[in-house]
Design a protein around this ligand. Structure first.
Ligand SMILES: NC(=O)c1ccc[n+]([C@@H]2O[C@H](COP(=O)([O-])OP(=O)(O)OC[C@H]3O[C@@H](n4cnc5c(N)ncnc54)[C@H](OP(=O)(O)O)[C@@H]3O)[C@@H](O)[C@H]2O)c1
Length: 232
């Protein structure tokens, strides 16, 4: 793909952004200067979540709320943060709005009650399942599956790393920049098939959380030069 076609991301929609993970990511990106649209199945719920974020942001950004399809249609890039049980149905409903865009899938295929056990879906991973549903019209990436919501809706430094997989390198590079702008150190973890490892890691982190009575376990890559997220 030529350089001129690299999409400029100014507006980000988060489908399922009324929840814990999506709202936290929205906060971090809004603080960094992106225009955020919170998506929900319910307009009032989306608007209420946007109002909460606007209060937290104290005039530094304007977040809006829309139903998921409208949010995705109006954005340059979309993020999906819904429980795995809603993954297939959400993507089927958003397929048309997602065409021509990058999707960042944050979904982890947890199967309650055994959420500490890695249980990959038939596609291999939730992200590969997303590719099967939306097809080639949407460039699917997967990221943030190892970042607990606990780290997001505040101004503290995030010390957990993000591993980014995706269907092409250019799309991954856009997600790497978004992660850095949100204050995180992110690494290109390669093709979308590799997302199976990253999604599986979340079950292991939940198990470690349970052992220590916390919700904040994460991972960090060592042994390579470490970019400082705070300098970006
Ligand atoms: N929480 C974390 O720390 C964390 C960390 C990494 C990855 N993740 C992954 O990120 C995803 C979201 O996690 P979360 O904790 O934010 O989840 P959540 O708060 O339970 O739900 C997020 C949103 O999903 C929507 N939703 C719920 N049920 C749905 C259904 N049946 N159909 C369509 N939409 C539905 C809801 O939005 P509306 O009702 O407004 O439509 C809800 O606010 C999950 O796949 C999770 O594994 C979470």
């Amino acid at each position: 793909m030529s350089e001129q076609t690299i999409p400029v991301v100014k507006t980000i929609a988060i489908a399922g952004g009324t929840g814990k993970e999506g709202k936290g990511l929205a906060y971090r990106w809004a603080k960094a200067g992106y225009q955020l649209i919170i998506g929900s199945r319910n307009l009032e719920k989306a608007q209420a979540a946007a109002a909460d974020l606007n209060t937290l942001l104290a005039g530094k950004a304007v977040v809006t709320g829309m139903i998921n399809q409208d949010a995705v249609s109006k954005a340059d890039l979309a993020v999906l943060t819904v429980p795995y049980s809603a993954h297939v149905e959400s993507l089927q409903g958003l397929k048309e709005s997602l065409a021509g865009k990058i999707l960042i899938d944050v979904t982890v295929p947890l199967v309650p009650p055994r959420v500490t056990r890695v249980q990959p879906p038939p596609a291999g991973s939730a992200a590969q399942e997303a590719v099967q549903i939306v097809g080639e019209a949407t460039r699917v990436c997967a990221a943030f599956q190892n970042i607990s919501y606990e780290h997001l809706l505040n101004d503290e430094e995030i010390t957990c790393d993000v591993l980014v997989t995706g269907v092409d390198k250019e799309a991954r590079s856009i997600v790497l920049k978004l992660a850095a702008d949100a204050g995180m150190v992110a690494w290109d973890a390669g093709v979308i098939e590799n997302s199976i490892v990253i999604e599986g890691m979340t079950s292991i982190l939940i198990g470690i959380n349970k052992q220590f009575g916390v919700q904040s376990a994460g991972i960090q890559v060592t042994g390579v030069p470490r970019p400082s997220a705070l300098e970006k």
